[in-house]
Design a protein around this ligand. Structure first.
Ligand code: A3P
Length: 297
């Protein structure tokens, strides 16, 4: 983060610099926790940079039963970032909401009424690289900030947005141990990348959507990296993005570049052997009680 930036800490986490969180993080977290449930709501929950935009588009198409882009962008229902959370009340069902808040802050009613949760997990080395470029493109770190500096001083430090990848994922893993009604579906970014047809079909089944093989294949095609990037550049209504990145109130200076590379293993181009070994040591220590099988390639 730039030296001029003040970290906003809430519930032990550095929170991203979105206007509502800058204004009053406690208030927005509580509003999210108290969000009223509507029948058929789906919440997409991810640690930042795990493929949220991609999965949100797939979920929207599955729920509509059509391989067609919706005009809105994922940020229009991004619970902690949109200026006014009340706008989601007026949306037609089924609503596909999205958030990076940790499990303990997810809407209470949604959990009590067995609302569906799609949880996406991506390997933390690629998440770190993706976040580095996100921070750079949005002006949250200086252009000359090296990846190693970012990794040490932000990603692996208390300055990492939404706590840490490790805590976020372990909290989800713990929540899943008591998920007897199977309201949480975890999908690995890497599995979706390697087997998009099977994983999209699995996601559809979880959402109680029956689609033909052709419809699934069309959704996979429309949600490929190149096509989504093109849709974002040519079709999507990004006015919400402008609002949440508005420099007047928000701290994000420019809209970030979301569709950057979309690959598994770009971390190999950014971590030296020593950095990777150091990361692995931290990973082993932090995840020693976890059974999460992360796919680094
Ligand atoms: P990279 O920066 O590694 O390219 P989020 O939406 O949570 O911010 O995540 C953004 C990451 O998801 C970016 O990763 C982006 O390129 C990747 N992504 C977006 N659409 C994708 C797709 N269709 N296939 C694979 N990755 C995709």
């Amino acid at each position: 983060m730039k030296e001029s930036d003040e970290r906003i800490v809430f519930d032990g986490m550095t929170v991203p610099p979105f206007a509502p969180l800058k204004k009053n993080a406690k208030e927005r977290f509580e509003e999210i926790r108290n969000l009223e449930y509507k029948e058929d709501d789906v919440i997409l929950t991810t640690f930042p940079k795990s493929g949220t935009n991609w999965f949100w588009e797939i979920i929207c198409m599955l729920l509509k039963g059509k391989a067609e882009y919706v005009k809105e962008a994922k940020v229009s229902v991004f619970l902690e970032a949109i200026p006014d959370l009340n706008v989601v009340h007026g949306l037609a069902s089924p609503r596909a909401l999205n958030t990076h808040v940790p499990y303990r802050w997810l809407p209470k009613q949604h959990l009590e009424r067995n609302g569906k949760i799609v949880h996406v997990i991506r390997n933390p080395k690629d998440v770190a690289v993706s976040m580095y470029y996100h921070f750079k493109s949005s002006g949250n770190i200086n252009d000359d900030c090296h990846f190693k500096t970012f990794l040490e001083q932000i990603f692996l430090s208390a300055a990492c947005p939404m706590g840490s990848w490790f805590d976020y994922e372990k909290e989800f893993e713990q929540a899943k141990t008591t998920d007897k009604d199977h309201i949480i579906l975890t999908v690995h970014y890497e599995s979706m990348k390697k087997n998009p047809i099977e994983e999209t079909r699995r996601l559809g089944k979880f959402l109680n959507v029956e689609l033909s093989d052709q419809q699934i294949a069309d959704i996979v095609d429309k949600c490929s990296f190149q096509k989504l990037r093109h849709a974002a550049e040519t079709f999507k209504d990004l006015s919400h993005r402008e609002k949440i990145t508005d420099t007047g109130e928000g701290a994000i200076r420019k809209p970030p570049n979301i569709y950057r590379k979309g690959e598994i293993g770009d971390w190999k181009n950014h971590f030296t052997v020593a950095m990777s070994e150091h990361f692995d040591t931290i990973f082993r220590e932090k995840m020693k009680d976890s059974n999460i099988q992360v796919q680094f390639e």
